[in-house]
Design a protein around this ligand. Structure first.
Ligand code: SAH
Length: 213
């Protein structure tokens, strides 16, 4: 579980690259600078950890591209103490970035191996979200409402149940669309029954699927 000067140096370069690509929020850049991304990937792939690329993890899933993680986090406008629901724990990297920003994180994953893997790794490196094994389309009604919801898989449509679990004034960031490409949506809940939606460009995510594996 080493985080060497080499890793730290590569991370600084990655942060500069993401800044050049348009991420401005200093707290987001600082969080990316703090989280040792190489520890979330198989140790034979450390050389890929600080490239701005998505990378395969277990169960045919991916750890998102760092720019995408930063982009979604910036759009969510995370404030210290925000209660955040993440759909798609995957490697746990995005959850660690949210925790670095001072959020309380509740993260759901539908693949048991990924849920277990993240649940083992994260506490070892000092990150303590609450982990749930289940179907993110259902959200976590018992723990709602949330200030923010982040979906890290491509959804076929906006899951209304997740909007129900937001506070009024709360925000959700979710890529929605076909499996080949999705549009990043920011949804702001304006009243018990209403919300407004804005579009923030095209991205490619692994699909959000129903049920558990
Ligand atoms: N946030 C992750 C990205 C993982 S990729 C990271 O930082 O590494 C998206 C993840 O969403 C995959 O692990 C996939 O299994 C998961 N996923 C897809 N559909 C889901 C659902 N309905 N509920 C929970 N997780 C889901």
């Amino acid at each position: 579980m080493e985080d060497s000067y080499l890793h730290k140096g590569l991370r600084k370069k990655l942060v500069e690259e993401i800044r050049r690509k348009g991420i401005q929020n200093q707290d987001v850049l600082e969080a990316i600078n703090c989280v040792p991304r190489h520890l979330f990937m198989d140790s034979s792939f450390v050389h890929f950890a600080y490239k701005d690329q998505a990378f395969p993890i277990a169960a045919r899933q991916t750890i998102s591209q760092p720019y995408t993680v930063a982009f979604q986090t910036e759009l969510l406008d995370i404030q210290k103490g925000d209660k955040v629901l993440e759909v798609g724990t995957g490697s746990g990297y995005q959850a660690a970035v949210l925790l670095e920003m001072g959020a309380k994180v509740f993260t759901i994953e539908r693949h048991k191996v990924l849920n277990r893997g993240a649940q083992t790794l994260l506490p070892q490196i000092g990150y303590r979200p609450r982990f749930f094994y289940g179907d993110g389309f259902e959200g976590l009604p018992t723990y709602a409402p949330f200030n923010k919801v982040i979906v890290t898989a491509g959804a076929p449509e906006i899951p209304e149940k997740l909007i129900d679990q937001l506070v009024i004034g709360g925000k959700m960031v979710i890529p929605v669309g076909e499996t080949s490409s999705q549009c990043m949506l920011l949804i702001e809940k304006t009243s018990e029954k209403e919300y407004k939606t804005s579009e923030h460009g095209a991205f490619v995510f692994v699909p959000m699927l129903k049920g558990k594996e």
